[in-house]
Design a protein around this ligand. Structure first.
Ligand SMILES: NC(=O)c1ccc[n+]([C@@H]2O[C@H](COP(=O)([O-])OP(=O)(O)OC[C@H]3O[C@@H](n4cnc5c(N)ncnc54)[C@H](OP(=O)(O)O)[C@@H]3O)[C@@H](O)[C@H]2O)c1
Length: 309
């Protein structure tokens, strides 16, 4: 009997890595995760192998990838944060991704599935999108067989931050401000669809860059209105200039001890960075998902920063 193929996934106790690992296990794969979140809950028990991810120990990284059928790379940081015990940023994330590419080459990884972001661009003023574009170019030149998967905003599951916390604010605040006029479009992707896209990409051989987008397109305002309706809350939804949205975000961040939103995230959403207009690879309908989650969605605030403390 031949052994099940080994897939190495970063961050299986985090968000998308958790769903990619679950999808791979359901397909009969052997799964190993590389993570620094050993303290977080492990929903897989001994069904997956757990290795720490230490960017200063290349030999250990190469060994943890050796013989892998595929490496699924979710590793990235959401913003620059230079404070106390939680010190991280885009420059370091770019350097660490580069180390992962090099170690994957040395370990002879068969296929590299790399999560980037929709509309990554080297011309962007946002370090997130610039860093992602730079890494796409480096991966393309690395000699690895690759699939670059570019998600728009990801939703679904109790670990989700953005959509869950919008729901939390709708439940708890009397007024909700949409960025600008709220007319920027989004095409969100369900996290289980994303996991399926990554698992499928691992089995292909040719190099590719694919947008991971769902079947629904709506404006930010339409999405928020749809969420409020589904949850049965009536809220005043008002257009908000960026400076006011950022100021309100800072006040909330102070009380919630988190970073609720950044200036770049506001302008990114307003400039349709989470919209592609390309063929949807996801099949989950946002409205059907909303209907099934309307009673639980946004009941709890998901504190992103506390996960890194
Ligand atoms: N979430 C979205 O809506 C969205 C949208 C577009 C693109 N993406 C891309 O999809 C990928 C996965 O995103 P995700 O939201 O699923 O991420 P995530 O699970 O929160 O984190 C993914 C990985 O990055 C590591 N990581 C995250 N923040 C870190 C920090 N501050 N310091 C050190 N390590 C950190 C995690 O390490 P641990 O294993 O130690 O937790 C994990 O291995 C990323 O490349 C992201 O850019 C996400």
């Amino acid at each position: 009997m031949t052994a099940a193929p080994l897939h190495v996934v970063t961050g299986a106790f985090g968000y998308s890595g958790r769903y990619i690992a679950a999808e791979l296990l359901a397909r009969g794969a052997r799964v190993r995760t590389l993570t620094n979140s050993l303290h977080r809950d492990n929903p897989f028990g001994d069904k997956i192998e757990v290795h720490p991810i230490d960017f200063n120990d290349r030999d250990a990284l190469v060994e943890s990838m050796r013989g892998a059928y595929a490496f699924h790379n979710t590793y990235w940081v959401r913003y620059n944060h230079k404070k106390g015990s939680t010190d991280f940023g885009y420059d370091e994330a770019v350097k660490n991704n580069r180390i992962l590419f090099e170690c994957a080459v040395d370990a002879g990884v068969r296929r590299f599935v790399h999560l980037s972001v929709a509309n990554a661009s080297e011309d962007s003023t946002w370090g997130y999108f610039r860093g992602k574009a730079l890494l796409e170019k480096e991966l393309e030149a690395s000699g690895l067989s690759y699939s670059i998967v570019r998600p728009t905003v990801i939703y679904g599951g109790p670990e989700n931050v953005l959509i869950n916390n919008i729901a939390w604010m709708l439940r708890h605040l009397p007024v909700f401000g949409v960025f600008g006029k709220g007319d920027a479009r989004l095409t969100p992707i369900h996290v289980e669809d994303l996991a399926r896209i990554c698992a499928d990409a691992a089995d292909r051989d040719s190099n590719e860059v694919i947008n991971a987008v769902g079947p629904d397109t709506f404006t930010y305002r339409e999405m928020v209105e749809q969420m409020a309706r589904a949850m049965g809350v009536r809220r005043l939804i008002v257009p908000t200039p960026d400076w006011l949205a950022l100021a309100a975000g800072k006040v909330l961040s102070f009380f919630l001890k988190d970073i609720v939103i950044t200036g770049h995230e506001i302008s990114g959403l307003r400039n349709e960075s989470m919209y592609t207009g390309t063929e949807p690879l996801g099949t989950t309908s946002f409205s059907e998902w909303l209907e099934s989650e309307k009673d639980t969605l946004g009941r709890r605030f998901v504190n992103d920063l506390s996960r890194r403390r």
